[in-house]
Design a protein around this ligand. Structure first.
Ligand code: ATP
Ligand code: MG
Length: 378
């Protein structure tokens, strides 16, 4: 029988737990043609949620364009990624795709191939003979043109938006700002996973995207939803799990979707068909996962100096709500002064080992936190 827990890629359908409120909120934002920044720590389910919201929009009314900026590293690859996403969103067959690509992107030379499922895929090169046409403006004006041509409402999603901070110049950010301001009928969702960077982008008055939209921090999934989801997955496959065990499991993962699914995966394997999950199985499953990661965790730990390690130990043991500048914390974890804590925080934030939440400091990798707690001697 197939393991019902999925982790890693985008999840949908039966593998998607709750997020009813979040989906409704994003749907409203789309209907109102808002410009919205959606952000959270890594692997919290942003892409899955946004994909679901896009898929549920009526096709006859909306044209949805999803652009993954992860592989882009500058203006050129940004332009190519946008051109590709727009052409593919607007064309359903190969001929139409080629036509669309040629009509809309005068300086790009399109070539169309088919993927494994026979769906047309477009790739672009540049027409060097026409260097005068401003490409970036061309792709950024695309949503307005597409709205007119298709007589549909347009939703543009930029996923992994923090990537544009890696670009050499801020020209993309600047032009994007001015073009979205004029496109009052187009909904834009900017989605990103390095929260402090995304926040900085729209909250720092020095940055081009400053206050160019509203923001939506995506949170964890509450235990009550996991209770239903996990119970159904076990009972649906002829195994049992009690509410208390699910509570214990959620305490370990803090309801983080990726880590919850990841831990449920070996737990389901450990439980025999017709059997019931025990607390020992949770320890076993956790042990298995930590063993698998221990080499990487050890390397990461070795790369840190004494104070960041002590700080991490404290946060791992006390949980996110702990007052890290309080004298009790400094004393207990031998941190000396609050300036040592400040330096440790800066370093760990930069390395993405911790993240700042409304409730305090979190170690986003829930397994790393468990690993630190399990190694008292380190
Ligand atoms: N609503 C959900 N229900 C159940 N599991 C979920 C849900 N959302 C996310 N997950 C789990 O988290 C994993 C990561 O999801 P997803 O890729 O959507 O997150 P993300 O925030 O876009 O990640 P990244 O930061 O890497 O872009 C999924 O493979 C799945 O295991
Ligand atoms: Mg994602």
């Amino acid at each position: 029988m197939r393991n019902p827990f999925q982790y890693g890629g985008v999840v949908s359908g039966q593998s998607f737990c709750n997020r009813t409120q979040e989906a409704a909120d994003l749907r409203r934002a789309v209907e109102n043609a808002e410009k919205l920044f959606v952000y959270s720590e890594r692997r919290l389910g942003k892409t899955s949620l946004i994909r679901k919201v896009l898929a549920e929009l009526p096709e006859e009314e909306y044209l949805t364009v999803y652009i993954d900026l992860w592989p882009t590293d500058g203006e050129t690859s940004f332009v190519l990624a946008c051109a590709k996403a727009f052409s593919e969103a607007m064309a359903t067959n190969t001929d139409k795709l080629l036509h669309t690509a040629k009509t809309f992107f005068s300086r790009l030379v399109p070539a169309v191939t088919a993927n494994d499922e026979g769906k047309p895929i477009v790739t672009f090169g540049f027409d060097q003979k026409r260097p005068d046409v401003p490409l970036l403006e061309e792709v950024l004006s695309m949503p307005a043109k597409a709205a007119e041509k298709e007589s549909k409402r347009i939703v543009v999603v930029f996923d992994e938006f923090q990537q544009i901070l890696e670009y050499e110049s801020d020209v993309v950010e600047r032009l994007l700002r001015s073009s979205i301001q004029h496109q009052t009928d187009v909904a834009y969702i900017f989605c990103g996973s390095r929260k402090h960077l995304i926040r900085q982008m729209f909250m720092d008055s020095q940055r081009p995207m400053y206050r160019s939209g509203s923001h939506y921090p995506l949170g964890l999934i509450a235990e009550e939803h996991w209770q239903k989801f996990i119970t159904e997955k076990f009972t649906g496959t002829g195994k049992r799990i009690s509410a208390e065990i699910i509570t214990a499991l959620c305490r370990l993962t803090e309801g983080h979707p990726f880590y919850t699914q990841h831990l449920c995966h070996p737990l389901w394997e450990l439980c025999e068909e017709g059997g019931e999950v025990t607390l020992e199985m949770i320890d076993q499953a956790t042990g298995l996962l930590l063993d698998r990661e221990s080499y990487a965790f050890m390397n990461l730990w070795d790369s840190l100096a004494r104070n960041p390690r002590r700080f991490l130990k404290g946060v791992a043991a006390e949980g996110p709500g702990v007052q890290v500048f309080a004298s009790g914390f400094l004393r207990k974890y031998q941190l000396g002064s609050s300036s040592n804590v400040q330096r440790a925080i800066e370093l760990l934030l930069k390395k993405d080992i911790i993240d700042k939440e409304e409730g305090g400091m979190v170690i986003p990798d829930r397994f790393f936190r468990l690993w630190i707690n399990s190694k008292q001697g380190i």
